[in-house]
Design a protein around this ligand. Sequence first.
Ligand code: PMP
Length: 337
Amino acid sequence: MDVCDGFVGAIGNTPLIRLRKLSEETGCEILGKAEFLNPGGSVKDRAAWAIIKDAEERGTLRPGGIIVEGTAGNTGIGLALVARARGYRTVIVIPNTQSQEKKDILRISGAELREVPAVPYRDPENYVHVSERLAKELDESEPNGAIWAQQFDNVANRRGHYETTGPEIWAQTDGKVDAFVCAVGTGGTLAGVSMALKERNKNVVIGLADPMGAALFHYYRHGELKAEGSSISEGIGQGRITANLEGAEIDEPFQISDKEAIPIVFDLLENEGLCLGASSGINVAGALRLARTLGPGHRIVTILCDGGLRYQSRLFNPAFLREKGLPVPDWLSWRTQ
Ligand code: PMP
């Protein structure tokens, strides 16, 4: 029998997909870890389960307890689904500027939503701070208590990738992996995978694929946090060194524009049949930069974070793409004419 134990048993052990056209074109083997195949649809299922498992083990999350987080993205979906599967409630605090599409996905996943005004991080009413305070309040007022997931600075997040994603990549390539590259949201994936790989072979090259609007490219290249421009990608683009990122060794930082990454999303759909979100395009663009830097003959692994169907109203909307000055594939316009 080959059976996994419920939702959390189905997280991880995702395939490594050879991106055939880009591998041929570069002379490198470019492999994408198919994180969109996780049961909640994204790489964040791993972090959600790692954070919840850690809280269970430490005894802070009690049966019937509440998980609180400030996120409109994949972490919220992952947390809500893991919570459903293990008998917890999830309360997600989001800015009221989020799209109806996102709110619907979260609600269907089982999250209770609290909408707050969209104000900057320095304002105490920012959704992240509200989620921290709400977790404290619910922990005192609710019979089974509450925890704050705190994905950015809770290192259970990167530990999940250190213990699963990294070792999986090592095993799937028989230890023959030259480089790994991905973008940073919390930094859990990049730091956890890079620590696991460097521990096994210190020569593995670690790349950072930083979208415009994020501050990490300048930090790892010049030692200074500095952001410029913007990106339509979601779930990535960090402005500070999170606890998850601390101590991560990054060899090759790249700054990737949407003009470079979004055509790759469409290329992967047209030539490989892979329908992916924009962050996967940023990651694969990073893998192509690394292929150019390292030269032919290398095996480069990256992350295919989530599926594209979550982004119908932006990434796959010709009007939105035109407004952002991004190219629209013919087949996408035909559908809507
Ligand atoms: N891509 C997507 C679509 C995401 O939602 C996230 C997580 N925010 C990431 C990439 C980045 O992953 P991490 O938080 O591990 O840096």
